[in-house]
Write a protein that binds this ligand. Structure first.
Ligand SMILES: Cc1cc2nc3c(=O)[nH]c(=O)nc-3n(C[C@H](O)[C@H](O)[C@H](O)COP(=O)(O)OP(=O)(O)OC[C@H]3O[C@@H](n4cnc5c(N)ncnc54)[C@H](O)[C@@H]3O)c2cc1C
Length: 362
């Protein structure tokens, strides 16, 4: 072991930074380990034209307002810059280029956290690695002619990656799929395959941004374990600002679920088919906790927790969708979870110290 700490936070995205801010206020001895080469890496890596659907007044982390006028929608680079400025402003101890390769428990009840260059020891570990870690592509992608370019929305940057004038199939009609399809429509002939159709809402309603109404109605803060939250979760996520009706009006081709692929031909559930020149998989993400070697922490690929507290003592998570509410995985709301979690961590830590002192004394 090269170093012993109270807390290690794995991931310095918005969730890790918001928690880091609370830990700094508590004067905890802690470190944020970040796999990427810069703070804000996950935002920087998203597609070039991406703008937040949440307007700037809903994008601040605690203690430092987002530096953009209210009612404007910052770019993904604005967010990356803001997160870097946040870490610098609060002098948060972030170690970059430090992917955590393994976490395991040591016999003294602490955690050993392994990066390519060192093994650190901590009493508490917080997983803040984000909900969008590994791109998910359906198995039938492997049946596509290898000459047909395929990109997942996680790797998509701009239309220049795809053959101009070609027929591009976008698979998935949630926020990423529809936004990318709308952008590609200027240079390509686009077909969207719709697996399941999420609820679509306009960015503005009755002269106000949708976020105003959703915040006012408690949509982002209704507790995860409430009946209304359970109902909202079964309905799936919202598509904000891009309307498939509008895209149809502009001449975009929509098909139902993609069921098969053979050579260059895509086959849909209604029996229709289409020859394609390229495919964009906007088919979502899955989490990857293969580095977390802590028995009981992850079951069926899911991090087991209640409001961010794992059943394994000393282990926590932040930034999970619906961790405590819909807002848990959003910029403007994760701060509330960070504040609550840091209080809980301090209490757990004090409890563990008391138990240890009693053991030593007795
Ligand atoms: C396309 C898109 C648009 C979105 N638009 C909005 C929006 O408009 N408004 C909004 O509020 N939210 C939006 N979100 C949702 C959410 O705010 C983002 O997903 C956000 O990036 C989540 O923050 P996070 O800190 O939880 O995770 P991330 O931003 O993913 O940060 C996790 C960090 O952990 C690091 N990491 C991962 N594994 C390891 C490891 N093993 N060791 C060390 N470090 C590791 C990563 O490098 C990364 O920096 C959007 C999400 C997407 C995908």
């Amino acid at each position: 072991m090269t170093s012993s700490l109270d807390v290690i936070v794995i991931g310095a995205g918005q969730a890790g930074l918001a928690l880091g801010h609370q830990l700094a206020r508590r004067r905890a001895d802690f470190l944020l380990l970040e796999a990427g080469p810069e703070v804000g890496h996950s935002w920087r890596s998203r597609w070039d034209s991406l703008r937040l659907f949440s307007p700037a007044q809903y994008d601040s982390l605690p203690g430092l307002p987002f530096p953009a006028p209210a009612e404007t929608h910052p770019t993904k680079d604005d967010v990356a810059d803001y997160l870097a400025a946040y870490a610098a402003h609060f002098r948060l101890p972030v170690r970059l280029n430090s992917p955590v390769l393994r976490v395991h428990r040591t016999p003294d009840g602490r955690f050993a956290v392994t990066t390519p260059t060192e093994v650190l020891s901590a009493r508490q570990v917080v997983v803040a690695t984000g909900p969008f870690q590994t791109s998910r592509t359906p198995a039938l992608a492997a049946h596509m002619d290898p000459h047909v370019p395929q990109v997942h929305s996680a790797e998509y940057r701009n239309p220049a990656q795809l053959p101009a004038g070609g027929r591009v199939l976008v698979v998935g009609a949630a926020n990423s799929g529809l936004q990318i399809a709308a952008e590609l429509a200027d240079t390509c002939s686009v077909t969207v395959a719709v697996g399941s159709r999420p609820t679509e809402l306009p960015q503005r309603i009755a002269g106000r941004d949708l976020f105003f109404w959703l915040t006012r109605s408690g949509f982002f803060t209704v507790p995860t374990d409430s009946r209304i939250a359970r109902r909202l979760r079964t309905r799936g996520d919202l598509v904000i600002g891009t309307r498939s009706r509008e895209l149809r009006r502009r001449g975009m081709d929509f098909r139902p679920r993609l069921t098969d692929v053979a050579g260059r031909t895509a086959v849909f559930v209604d029996g229709t088919s289409l020859d394609v020149d390229a495919v964009v998989w906007a088919t979502g993400y899955r989490t990857d906790y293969s580095w977390l070697h802590v028995p009981g922490a992850v079951v069926d690929g899911r991090f087991r927790h209640t409001a961010g507290v794992a059943e394994v003592p000393g282990l926590y998570v932040i930034g999970q969708p619906w961790q405590t509410s819909r807002g848990s995985a959003l910029l403007g709301f994760v701060g509330a979870d960070a504040a609550t979690l840091s209080v809980r961590m301090a209490a757990d830590s004090a409890g563990a110290e008391r138990r240890h002192a009693l053991e030593v004394a007795g």
